[in-house]
Design a protein around this ligand. Structure first.
Ligand code: CA
Length: 424
């Protein structure tokens, strides 16, 4: 009886220690003490897999007075910190002319070519390649908006095609002249149903090819990427890839956005990307992903997530965020050799000031373009930016805290190769 009781007590103890998840949970606990995280390595990850980040807003943030730190709490160039965390690629959006006639920036980082060159130089200086993401617009291009730049608004289609070709080629030549290591170019951004004001796929295809030709001529080693979104829509990517093939569009990489709270399952993502890769011999990647680590808003401008109706399969914590990114990397790696990389979208778009100083923050967003849009963008985008202009809608999806200190989840790029280290 005594022995039976002892066994029972031990059993209770074991169940208590391991919970319902078994011994792995206990291992998880001891590993967490070492790195602040538990992450399993990504299986089958090849050594040159792209671990990218899009930090397009960085110059505007720095001009607004935002500082970034390293893990020891010292101020440090964020590009160095990114490199130390395992990042090997930087993505930057490029708008033709995100300014009004008086020189006021539309915001969202005021990302013109000049800004992209500054970012590209700092990426190159820290040993990271650049993905130049041409929107061929003066402001945000996405499935809902593909407005031609102001300067192209009245051009004939043939002239627009020439303008897109020249703009791409001249921009790349300027980047190369600045010594930037451009590894990839995106011809358009989330071009699900339009590009530079054109919505007909025969015309869009000609524009894709004008951009692609410019890239090929500028440097034949640069990969040409096309970028789409909503992988969760049944048949969408199969139809797009077939349409591109039918119109003889010349490209190397079929890129997708993947936001876990909107874009379906990872299993589906792997499946639709594998199908494009296998059918058309293309490389595939995730050009944008992110996840929330807190439900708090840091700057007084409402965040895009978490919200009711969104699928939040991971806890809204630093660990949950790291797991979400790790699993996207695994999902692209699972495509096989054709799965070349993942970019995290805007891991450094943190507050310019605390939420309770909203008026001060607003002044900084307007002056430096460090929010998603300024009031000046109304002339170009009256329906969206014109009504809702303001700050960062993703400060709670950054890989830095509200004060610019790196979160443990930033190291996901390093840990996907090895897993988090055991505590001895
Ligand atoms: Ca915010």
């Amino acid at each position: 009886m005594k022995n039976v009781l002892a066994v029972f007590v031990v059993l209770i103890f074991v169940l208590g220690a391991f919970g319902t998840s078994g011994p792995a949970e206990a291992v998880r606990g001891s590993r967490a003490a070492e790195s602040g995280l538990f992450l399993e390595k990504v299986s089958g990850l090849h050594k040159d897999f792209i671990k990218g980040v899009d930090v397009s807003s960085i110059i505007a943030l720095e001009e607004s007075g935002v500082a970034f730190y390293n893990e020891s709490g010292k101020k440090q160039d964020i590009f160095k910190t990114l490199k130390e965390a395992g990042v090997n690629y930087v993505r930057v959006r490029i708008w033709n002319d995100p300014y009004d006639a008086n020189g006021n920036g539309y915001g969202g980082g005021n990302n013109d070519l000049k800004n992209a060159i500054q970012i590209g130089k700092r990426a190159t200086a820290n040993g990271m390649k650049l993905l130049a993401d041409f929107h061929y617009s003066d402001f945000w291009a996405d499935p809902a908006k593909q407005k031609a730049p102001k300067a192209w608004a009245n051009l004939s289609f043939e002239d627009k095609k020439t303008a897109l070709y020249r703009y791409t080629k001249q921009s790349l030549e300027a980047m190369k002249a600045a010594g930037i290591n451009v590894g990839m170019v995106q011809v358009g951004n989330e071009t699900n149903g339009g590009l530079a004001g054109e919505t007909d796929w025969a015309k869009m295809s000609q524009l894709f090819n004008a951009g692609s030709q410019a890239v090929r001529e500028a440097d034949s080693n640069i990969l040409v990427a096309l970028h789409f979104t909503n992988p969760e829509t049944s048949g969408r990517y199969a139809w797009i890839a077939e349409t591109l093939h039918r119109h003889h569009v010349d490209y190397d990489v079929f890129a997708s956005s993947y936001y876990p709270f909107w874009h379906g399952t990872l299993k589906n993502l792997t499946s639709v990307l594998t199908s494009v890769a296998d059918t058309y011999g293309k490389k595939v990647m995730v050009a944008e992903t992110s996840y929330t680590y807190t439900a708090e808003d840091g700057d007084g401008h409402e965040n895009t997530a978490p919200k009711n109706g969104q699928t939040l399969n991971y806890p809204v914590t630093v660990q949950g965020q790291a797991n979400a990114v790790r699993d996207v990397i695994q999902a692209v790696s699972d495509v096989g050799e054709a799965g070349i990389g993942v970019f995290y979208w805007e891991p450094a778009w943190i507050p310019v000031g605390p939420a309770h100083q909203l008026e001060k923050n607003k002044a900084l967003w307007e002056t430096y373009g460090s929010g998603w849009a300024t009031s000046y963008a109304a002339e170009y985008d009256p329906e969206d930016a014109g009504k809702w202009f303001g700050g960062s809608a993703v400060d709670n999806q950054a890989l830095f805290d509200f004060k610019g200190r790196p979160l443990p989840s930033l190291n996901v790029f390093k840990y996907v190769d090895t897993g988090t280290p055991f505590k001895n």
